[in-house]
Design a protein around this ligand. Structure first.
Ligand code: SF4
Ligand code: SF4
Length: 66
């Protein structure tokens, strides 16, 4: 790990279910005014992968440094 956080979101694919927000252990994610996913605190992300795993619409995923 080089400490660089890489989380990608596809707002167009997000249906606003809130699952990722609920499962993120670090409150990195939130829904915006249009009920689309947004990253509100990337510094807190521990790259656990729960958001990617739980999103039913593949709208969020970890990128880069594997
Ligand atoms: S990888 Fe884990 S800590 Fe980071 S946003 Fe997703 S659920 Fe939250
Ligand atoms: S789990 Fe996926 S579809 Fe649901 S709010 Fe999160 S990014 Fe959007």
């Amino acid at each position: 790990m080089n400490g660089k956080k890489s989380l990608e979101i596809k707002k167009d694919w997000c249906k606003g279910c809130g699952i990722c927000v609920a499962f993120c252990p670090k409150q990195v994610l939130a829904l915006d005014a249009d009920e689309k996913i947004e990253i509100v605190n990337i510094d807190a992300c521990i790259s656990c992968g729960q958001c990617e795993l739980r999103c039913p619409d593949f709208a969020i995923f970890l990128g880069g440094n594997k």
